[in-house]
Design a protein around this ligand. Structure first.
Ligand SMILES: [Fe+2]
Length: 479
C-alpha cells in the first residue's frame, strides 16, 4: 500500500510519530464487505472503538504524538459480520481549522500564547478529544488527556453529536479516563489544571447530570491521568510529576519528577466531601493507567501500571526529549491501603514485563477482578505494542501472545460473548498493523486462551495508525 499523503510539522525534523505505523490517514471510510480469515464468532456482538491522534493538517511548529486530531476507528460486529468505519471527532478546534484549511494551533512543544482558544480552565492548547472513548448512557464520549470538553459520538455512525456538558452541569473540564459503574449507571471523573482548584472530583448520576462535585486540595499543580473506583470509594492521585514552573513562566512546557516526594493516593467516599478524603503515601512514581480497584474487608486494593522513572535523564533536542518522555516503561503493580491503620503496602505483580494499556471486564469496574489484559510494550525507541499479556490474579499465571516481527497492536478491551458468565468468557479485540506492508486488520482472540492467537482476522481497507485508548460496547448497550 502506498501512502499518498505525508503530514509533517514545520520543524523539518523527521518525527517518528508522524511516519510509518503512526502516519495519519486522510480518508474517512465506511466499509461493509471485508475479507475475513477464519470465522467471526456469532456470539460476538457489539462494537470495538479506538481513539487516537490523526493530524489533519501539517502542524504549526513541532509535533508531539499527543497533538494529533482525534480520530475514532470502529468495527461493528453483528451475527458473524463486521463493518469498519473511521471518523475524525468534530471538535470546535477541528472545525475552525477545517474552515481555515490549515493548522491554527501549535502543539504542546511550542509556546501556546497565540493559539485561538483552549479549554475551560484557559489552558491554551488544542483540545483534540484524541485520548479515550467511554460509553455512558447510550453515547460514546471522546476525551482529552489534558482535560477538555467531552464530545459525544454516535457509537455506530461515529457522527460527532456535539459537546456533552452533562445537561449543562459540568462547569469546567473533564479528564481522559473517567470510570463508569455499570451497576449504578454513575460516571466518576475529575478535572485538573495549573491553577487552584488543582483538582475537582465529581459524579455524573444515572440521569446524566453532575450530582456531586468537590474541590480537593493539592500541594500544587499535578498531572493526574487516571483514577479508580471501588464499591464505596473513589481513588485520586497526587504523584510527584509536575510542570516545571520556571519553564512555564518562560512559556515552555517541561515536566519535573521530584524523587524526594511521596506518591499520594486519596481515598474518598464516592459522594464524600473534601474533608473526608484520606491520603495514603507510597514510593515516588508516575502512573498513567489504573487496571482496577476494589475493597477487601477494610483494605482497598489498587492495581496499576506503574512507572518508576517517569522523567528519563538525558538532554538532546526537543524531539529527542519528547521521544524519551513518551516511551512507556511500566510494570504491573499492586497497592493495598488499610483503612484502619492508614498504612500502604506495595509490591510488583510482574517486575519484569513492560506492559501497559490495561483492560478488564468493564462490568466489574470497582469490583474484584481476576484477569487483566495488558499490551506488551516492545523494546523500541517509540511506543509499539508487540503483543498481549493476560494476568491471572488468583494463580499468578501469565499468558502472552505476540503478533510477530513488525506487527503492532492496540489496546485490546475484553468483549464478553453473548451470555458470558465470567470475565474471561469472551474475546479480546485489537487493531493490528503490519509496518512492512502498511496494512491493518482486526484480530479476535479468545480471552481465556490468548496464546492460541486470533480465531478470526478481519482485513481492513486502510491502515489504522497506532493510537491510544479503546473500548468495547456490547450489543445490548446499543439498543
Ligand atoms: Fe491514557
Amino acid at each position: 500500500m502506498v501512502e499518498s499523503v505525508v503530514i509533517m510539522d514545520e520543524s523539518g525534523e523527521s518525527n517518528p510519530y508522524l511516519l510509518g505505523v503512526y502516519a495519519p490517514v486522510q480518508d474517512e471510510i465506511t466499509a461493509d464487505e471485508l475479507t475475513v480469515i477464519g470465522r467471526i464468532p456469532t456470539d460476538l456482538n457489539g462494537v470495538y472503538l479506538r481513539n487516537g491522534p490523526n493530524a489533519r493538517f501539517p502542524m504549526r511548529g513541532r509535533y508531539h504524538w499527543f497533538d494529533g486530531d482525534g480520530m475514532v476507528h470502529a468495527v461493528h460486529f453483528e451475527n458473524g459480520r463486521a463493518r469498519y468505519r473511521n471518523r475524525w471527532v468534530r471538535t470546535r478546534a477541528f472545525d475552525a481549522e477545517s474552515a481555515a484549511g490549515r493548522s491554527l494551533w501549535t502543539g504542546v512543544m511550542e509556546n501556546p500564547k497565540d493559539n485561538p482558544f483552549g479549554n475551560a480552565r484557559g489552558l491554551p492548547f488544542k483540545d483534540t478529544a484524541n485520548t479515550d472513548v467511554i460509553f455512558h448512557r447510550g453515547k460514546v464520549l471522546a476525551s482529552w488527556y489534558l482535560c477538555g470538553t467531552p464530545y459525544s459520538l454516535d457509537p455506530l455512525s461515529l457522527e460527532t453529536l456535539g459537546i456533552d456538558t452533562f445537561l449543562d452541569t459540568l462547569g469546567g473540564d473533564f479528564m481522559a479516563h473517567p470510570k463508569v459503574d455499570e451497576h449504578t449507571g454513575e460516571l466518576f471523573w475529575f478535572d485538573y489544571g495549573p491553577r487552584p482548584p488543582y483538582l475537582r472530583y465529581g459524579v455524573v448520576g444515572p440521569e446524566g447530570g453532575v450530582e456531586h462535585c468537590v474541590e480537593l486540595d493539592l500541594p500544587g499543580a499535578r498531572l493526574p491521568h487516571d483514577m479508580a473506583i471501588t464499591r464505596n470509594h473513589a481513588i485520586l492521585m497526587d504523584l510527584p510529576l509536575y510542570q516545571d514552573l520556571d519553564a512555564a513562566r518562560q512559556g515552555r512546557y517541561r515536566l519535573t519528577f521530584d524523587r524526594e516526594l511521596p506518591s499520594r493516593f486519596g481515598v474518598i467516599p464516592r459522594r464524600g466531601q473534601a474533608h473526608e478524603i484520606r491520603w495514603f503515601e507510597a514510593k515516588p512514581c508516575y502512573i498513567y493507567h489504573v487496571v482496577n480497584a476494589w475493597e477487601e474487608g477494610e483494605e482497598i486494593v489498587l492495581d496499576v501500571c506503574r512507572v518508576s522513572r517517569p522523567a528519563p535523564y538525558g538532554g538532546g533536542s526537543p524531539l529527542a526529549r519528547m521521544i524519551s518522555y513518551l516511551k512507556l516503561d511500566a510494570r504491573m503493580y499492586r497497592y493495598r491501603f488499610d483503612l484502619r491503620t492508614g498504612r500502604t503496602s506495595e509490591e510488583y505483580v510482574d517486575a519484569d514485563h513492560n506492559t501497559e494499556f490495561p483492560s478488564i471486564d468493564a462490568r466489574s469496574t470497582g469490583h474484584p477482578t481476576r484477569y487483566a489484559y495488558n499490551v506488551s510494550v516492545a523494546d523500541a525507541e517509540t511506543n509499539l505494542f508487540d503483543g498481549l499479556v493476560r494476568y491471572d490474579n488468583v494463580t499468578g499465571a501469565k499468558e502472552t501472545y505476540y503478533y510477530g516481527p513488525g506487527v503492532y497492536g492496540s489496546e485490546a478491551p475484553f468483549a464478553p460473548r453473548d451470555g458470558s458468565t465470567g470475565e474471561d468468557d469472551g474475546y479480546l479485540i485489537t487493531f493490528v498493523t503490519d509496518e512492512r506492508e502498511g496494512r491493518s486488520e482486526v484480530q479476535i482472540l479468545h480471552a481465556s486462551r490468548i496464546s492460541e492467537g486470533p480465531v478470526a482476522r478481519v482485513l481492513l481497507p486502510q491502515r489504522v495508525p497506532l493510537g491510544f485508548h479503546a473500548t468495547w460496547v456490547r450489543a445490548e448497550q446499543l439498543r
